[in-house]
Design a protein around this ligand. Structure first.
Ligand code: KIV
Length: 314
């Protein structure tokens, strides 16, 4: 499977000109043996950066509870919070398909609850699809959502919303019986109509088996190289999580260290008075006349626009 996958390598896409990827185009990537690159995003600026970097899918993951909100699990994250972040990400993304994560207990109570909450991700959050954690027990819900026009990404294996049931964030499917269970979960979600499925925290050979067995793309995180795609939490990928270094995370930058150094330089320049130098100031409007009285400078019209303001063009 591995060497059959064709890829774009590290070539970034010009997302400002590219058309938005669609559910059928993502599904078709498996048949075309094109690997899928998915990254989480939680706000518009990161979404734009990750989109321009070439990611095919942006996941507004409930991992935001841990990396943005500072929680120790994803369980307290609410639907309203997810929709808020989804809206921001949708504004920043142009080419990538945006997927919103249904948080803990936001779909299990009834079909009505599942449909209502999932629909909000599309209508209010601007997402093109939702993701939900669960296997055989989630299949009926997935089927209903898909039939009503809400595309679904499944998520099996290590499902962080079940952290207490699993006894921690532990690799799943390690015994033959447990592996059969994860396979059955993946097959059930694929049969229910999901267009892709996240495989998290499972042995690489089990992920390879599932990838070969089901017709939809598998997107791995801690599931080895044989999956049809990979997903990482953007804070991990960029080196923004100094206290966490899971085995499956490769850091492609060290932005926490770089950011901390930049802030230290700023603080030092503020305290010494080196910032803002003339280059970062708007100049003088008043001049002092010969008698030491302040007045309007002749060369600065009173109605001259101030070239400032916080926005994308300044
Ligand atoms: O919430 C999340 O970011 C996720 C990914 C880790 C797959 O579910």
């Amino acid at each position: 499977m591995t060497d059959q996958h064709k890829g774009l390598g590290s070539q970034a896409q010009d997302s400002s000109r590219a058309k938005r990827l669609t559910v059928p185009s993502i599904r078709g990537m498996k048949a075309r043996q094109e690997r899928i690159a998915m990254v989480t995003a939680y706000d518009a600026t990161f979404a734009q950066m990750i989109d321009e970097g070439g990611a095919d899918m942006l996941l507004v993951g409930d991992s935001l509870g841990m990396v943005v909100q500072g929680l120790d699990s994803t369980l307290p994250v609410t639907v309203d919070e997810m929709i808020y972040h989804c809206r921001a990400v949708s504004r920043g993304a142009r080419r990538a398909l945006v997927v919103g994560d249904l948080p803990f207990m936001s779909w299990q109570l009834s079909t009505e609850q599942a449909l209502k909450n999932a629909a909000r991700f599309l209508s209010e959050g601007g997402a093109q699809a939702v993701k939900l954690e669960g296997g055989v027990e989630a299949a009926d819900t997935v089927r209903k959502l898909v039939r009503l026009g809400i595309p679904v990404v499944g998520h099996v294996g290590l499902t962080p919303q079940s952290v207490h049931a699993m006894g921690g964030f532990r690799v799943q499917g390690k015994t033959a019986e447990a592996a059969d269970g994860v396979l059955a979960d993946a097959v059930a979600i694929a049969d229910a109509g999901a267009f892709a499925i996240v495989l998290e925290g499972i042995p690489s050979d089990l992920a390879a088996l599932i990838t070969a067995r089901i017709g939809i793309p598998t997107i791995g995180i801690g599931a080895g190289v044989s999956c049809d795609g990979q997903v990482l939490v953007c804070y991990d990928l960029l080196g923004l999580t100094p206290n966490m270094r899971p085995k499956f995370v490769k850091r492609y930058a060290e932005l926490y260290a770089e950011g901390k150094q930049a802030v230290a330089s700023y603080c030092s320049e503020v305290k010494s008075g080196a910032f803002p130098s003339a280059e970062f100031a708007f100049g003088n409007v008043l001049r002092t006349d010969d008698a030491g009285r302040a007045g309007q400078a002749a060369d600065v019209p009173a109605d001259a626009p101030v070239p400032g303001g916080y926005g994308p063009t300044h």
